[in-house]
Design a binder for this molecule. Sequence first.
Ligand code: UT7
Length: 399
Amino acid sequence: MANAYGLVASPAQAVRGKNHACTSIYRSTVISTRVHCSSNVEGAETLGAGVAASESRVPRLLSKGCKLVGCGSAVPSLKVSNDDLAKLVDTNDEWISVRTGIRNRRVLSGTDSLTALAAQAAKNALEMAKVDPDDVDLVLLCTSTPEDLFGSAPQIPRALGCTKNPLAFDITAACSGFILGLVTGSSYIRAMGFKNVLVIGADSLSRYVDWTDRGTCILFGDAAGAVLLQACDSDDDGLFGFDVHSDGDGQRHLNATMKQKEMEHVAGSNGSALGFPPNRSAYSCIQMSGNEVFRFAVRAVPQSIEYALQNAGLSASSIDWLLLHQANKRILDAVATRLEVPSERVISNLANYGNTSAASIPLALDEAVRSRKVQPGHTIATAGFGAGLTWGSAVVRWG
Ligand code: UT7
């Protein structure tokens, strides 16, 4: 089991003390180093086949801080209520709302595109931050449901009208994707000198739900949310601490694995051999042992948040908001109780959207910021958990 704690010191840590031992090693060995990193060929105007050249990443100083300066979200227009689901499977509004807290969810329909939703969320985040799309130098699309097997992230800068082709790639980590994207984005800023990183969480699990399985189809919805992470002086650092994990042993509790479509192979005839050519593959629907995932979440998430808080030199009583992956209200309540965070400091919007996987944290953050619940300077403890199994936490300052 991986167990990586956030090791980069924030100024807040220096003030608050309790730094992880590795923090000082990091600072003493790396602070004055320069790195050379290039995501593209330098000096060529076009790369052939109509591919435009991008600016080379010039060497920049390390050990900057990063802060969250903009957020945005987008949801499909089709709303599906618990009563709608009761027409598909043997369930009812009371069972779903009591056991999960969910009342409605949004679902992609017709020609709706997840990539377009992700781009809209990113656009809203850039507008809030007043940052031009051409000033973005990295786009991380956290999704387990891309619309291209090879990743959808490079389509986001296109949709935003970027002319400089920033580096863009997907991160696949299910419902923990946004937290891992945040940590990855901060590393690109702190260790490689990137300046404006779009971290987008977007998922359309509705495309992989078995709509005849009442144990899963009631939970999930589709959405996109984005945050703009920006380089700043280390004194202004807004990522105070983090903690990330994965455990492949738990995959059996939640997965949507590859299944092969049966094709006939005649060994030896027409140049084919046994098992070759390979069968065409597709993903199966989501399989979940709800009870097991529930137990995992209420055990692992509070512990992870405690590690991240410890790393930040903070206690649960000093955070302004607890913002968990929106999976089940009972999980949110159990984690808040364990951390002794009062319910009025727990951000929750899952009644309206259900579990939107990697989108749930930035979607809830965006609503809370736009409704002025979350104010600049507020400290948020946030955590994601889900398939993989993966889980992780980050303690951040908004603005
Ligand atoms: O992003 C992370 C992803 N996943 C999660 O976070 C999921 C975590 N787990 C959960 O949220 C909950 O386990 C569920 C909401 C999935 C299920 O709730 P539960 O309280 O654990 O219910 P259960 O599976 O133990 O089922 C209790 C009863 C069963 O009936 P019997 O055997 O007691 O007669 C189920 O057959 O409820 C029945 N049931 C339903 N009844 C009406 C299960 N699903 C439904 C349903 N409507 N949709």
